[in-house]
Design a protein. Sequence first.
Length: 242
Amino acid sequence: MTGDDNVRTSAEELARALALPFVTTAEANFDLLLVMTSAHLELRDNRDPQVGPVCVDFSHLDLRPYSPNLSRRQPLARALGKKAQTVVDATAGYCQDALLFALMGYRTTAIERSPVVMALARDGLRRLTARSGITLDKRLRLIEGDGRVLLSSITPPPDVIYLDPMFPPKRKKSAAVKKEMRLLRELVGDDPDAHELLEISRREALDRVVVKRPDDAPPLAPDPSMSLAGKLVRYDVYLSRR
């Protein structure tokens, strides 16, 4: 926690909600710190002061209507299928893909099982709304929990379930991306249950499951129905087994 009394009060409330110890940054003795400042919520690596903090910031995205990020012609949107109206992102992480789905016009539900990651995502979405005036209440619903448990309770069932399981980075990326992904991995670990989540998703989706993979990685499960390639990733499509 840093900042004034209002920030302190908000930080104490968040610590209680997440069942985390509340400390001031001066007395903190933890490897990772979730820090509330007057500007945003951020994750810090307390072991290395040279590593900058991570916060969820969508300002780098071009979110204007018909921009490339929101085009229905891009591989991500094409993988969802022409008839899709509802999407569940069952491994939402920082909610960037879920945000794009919502702004493309899909009714979107984002599921994330890490309470800390969800708190960072909520903070980023709150700041996006405050800065841009974009209203997400009726377009994007956030749920904290395990997709393997929650998918069967979502009614009506979604047309598409989207999965982006954690995978080891194999390509050179910017220092900022490496830092963001490294801290995210420390929080949530790998996804050894990704195969199980895919099988559950194929039983729950009305039409298909879309799995995001590095372009040089094998499919999460054999024989996807189709694959659409992006710049550094591809989207493997598995038809529903309902």
